[in-house]
Design a protein around this ligand. Structure first.
Ligand SMILES: [Zn+2]
Ligand SMILES: [Zn+2]
Length: 354
């Protein structure tokens, strides 16, 4: 879906951008996805190049990564280490192949590493029945839930057997890259273990500010990342991912980096201004939702009434599941703020303005 990039005649297959100071980015395509590509960063160290994210696990994406590394004068076999911003398959998909080729270590925050472990070990039936129960409690109609109950895990899909990381990214600590200062900044919200990576070195173009920030999906120049729920069949805690995300935004604004190097779209400056935009966007969205809660609604009913990029009847099944999670994340934030309250009854939870 969406316009495809990269197929235009005359456009180079591999697009390497040199950001200066021993940092380059490669545009690794995400097949059939309107996002188009993941920006994989190649950071030179004294022990060889380190990658920040790796891209989607697909033969064409692997070829693009390989070509891009060749244009940087290296190869998958020459990679020293892999730093993962978060576990999503457009970021972590090719990590296993890079490690096979090179023996590189893979580093990830413990909370996302736990999701990877769970994905590798949870029986698909358990996962689908957990999702079905959650959707039912969120007010989803039977025709939405029934396909999940009948589902079987399709084999060979990417993201279903992600590579287990071998190093933990510890918030606030340097990653120990020889000859570089790269510090982990924990930015939960988009995922529980999302990290941004702060390159605490002078900007190569002497832009004002403090170093450069690899922002993953946390801070993007033109789009807002999906904020849903931290799905975990083993944990019944009512987490507040949207609250985590907003606090994480404040945290990266306070770093005041000279430049942001995100995992999608393009590099940009003035992170605090972008953070202010996003905080204002979420505040107005929360206020807008509150006006819909004069009569209590289930998360499903709220999702039906929220504004999406197309009318609700045109949203496909999988995207509706994501939309309901996003509605519920907003409801949990409103409850935490004391602006809404949850009312349980007849197997579903409804939320009304407080
Ligand atoms: Zn993501
Ligand atoms: Zn992404």
């Amino acid at each position: 879906m969406g316009p495809e990039r990269g197929a235009a005649i005359g456009e180079p297959m591999t697009q390497v951008h040199d950001h200066g100071g021993g940092v380059r980015s490669l545009r690794v395509p995400i097949p059939d996805n309107p996002l188009g590509h993941t920006l994989v960063y190649v950071v030179d160290t004294d022990r060889g190049p380190v990658l920040v994210d790796t891209g989607w696990d697909d033969p064409a994406s692997w070829d693009t990564l390989t070509e891009g590394l060749a244009a940087c004068g290296t190869a998958p076999s020459g990679i020293h280490g892999v730093v993962i911003t978060h576990h999503h398959p457009d970021h972590h998909g090719l990590s296993g192949r890079v490690r096979e080729a090179s023996g590189a270590w893979i580093a990830m925050h413990a909370a996302d590493a736990a999701i990877v472990r769970r994905t590798r070990t949870t029986r698909p039936e358990r996962w689908f029945s957990y999702m079905a129960a959650k959707l039912t409690a969120a007010g989803a109609p039977e025709d939405h839930v029934a396909p999940l109950r009948a589902a079987r895990r399709p084999s060979g899909l990417p993201g279903l057997s992600p590579a287990a990381p071998d190093r933990e990214i510890v918030p606030g600590e340097l990653l120990g890259l020889p000859g570089r200062r790269l510090r982990a900044i924990w930015t939960p919200g988009h995922t529980p273990g999302h990290v941004c990576l702060h390159l605490e070195e002078e900007h190569p173009g002497r832009l004002p500010g403090l170093g450069r920030l690899f922002s993953g999906d946390h801070l993007l120049p033109g789009i807002t990342p999906h904020i849903g729920l931290y799905e975990d069949p083993d944990d019944a805690t009512a987490t507040d991912p949207l609250g985590d995300y907003l606090a994480s935004l404040e945290r990266v604004a306070a770093l005041a980096p000279a430049e942001v190097l995100p995992a999608h779209q393009h590099a940009f400056t003035d992170a605090p201004a972008r953070v202010r935009e996003l905080l204002a966007h979420h505040e107005s969205r929360l206020t807008g939702l509150l006006s819909l809660l004069a009569t209590p609604l289930t998360p499903w009913q709220l999702a039906e009434r929220m504004e999406w990029n197309r009318p609700w009847p045109d949203i496909p099944h999988a995207s509706r599941t994501i939309a309901v999670a996003e509605a519920e994340a907003h409801l949990r934030r409103l409850v935490k703020l004391g602006r809404a309250e949850a009312v349980a009854g007849d197997g579903v939870v409804r939320y009304g303005a407080a």
